[in-house]
Design a protein around this ligand. Structure first.
Ligand code: GNR
Ligand code: NI
Length: 171
């Protein structure tokens, strides 16, 4: 297993559209395992392959309380979105220390392949619904700050550029 490097906003590679996984083989299983390790090491509840600069449709997430139920979603597709919306405070490992309220469908049904290559369906609500939608956005090159106003996004961009400079200085 290995820790992967997470791209930081405003890295343009975060806006890459991922391709479907052709086959769930050893290479994909290795990617999944490294992503799970990286997600736990970063204390995230989810991670999309886009964030580790792999542009294939792979997500890992764990919204369980004990952080002991990793879930793998390969080639995820949303089958149903609820009409009712919910607002939740979101953050992103690619945009550290930035949190803002985002409105999304409150519940979604998702179909995906698991680590074993078998299809399954997930009915998500609450944090799991927020997380799976946030991760699926990454796979189409969308970061949660893209939902914010251009003014807020510009302030975040400036803050992130300054932060990378500061992070380099203390390292
Ligand atoms: O760790 C994460 N927490 C989180 C909190 C609220 C809404 C979404 C998320 S996902 C984020 C990890 C991440 O950046 N995944 O792409
Ligand atoms: Ni994210």
């Amino acid at each position: 297993m290995a820790l992967l490097t997470i791209l930081r906003y405003p890295d343009p590679r975060l806006h890459t559209v991922a391709k479907p996984v052709a086959a769930v083989d050893d290479r994909i299983r290795r990617l999944v395992d490294d992503m799970v390790e990286t997600m736990y090491a970063s204390e995230g509840v989810g991670l999309a392959a886009t964030q580790v600069n792999v542009h294939e449709r792979v997500i890992v997430m764990d919204t369980s309380e004990q952080h002991n139920q990793p879930m793998v979603l390969i080639n995820p597709e949303i089958l149903q979105r609820s009409d009712d919306l919910a607002i939740a405070e979101e953050g992103c490992l690619s945009v550290p220390q930035v949190y803002d309220r985002i409105e999304r469908p409150a519940r979604v049904t998702v179909r995906a392949l698991g680590r074993d290559g078998q299809p399954f369906e997930l009915e998500a609500e609450g944090l799991a619904a927020v997380c799976v939608q946030h991760e699926m956005d990454h796979l189409i090159g969308k970061v949660f700050v893209d939902y914010l106003s251009p003014l807020k996004r510009d302030r975040i961009r400036t803050k992130m550029i300054k932060k990378s400079r500061d992070d380099l200085r203390v390292r």
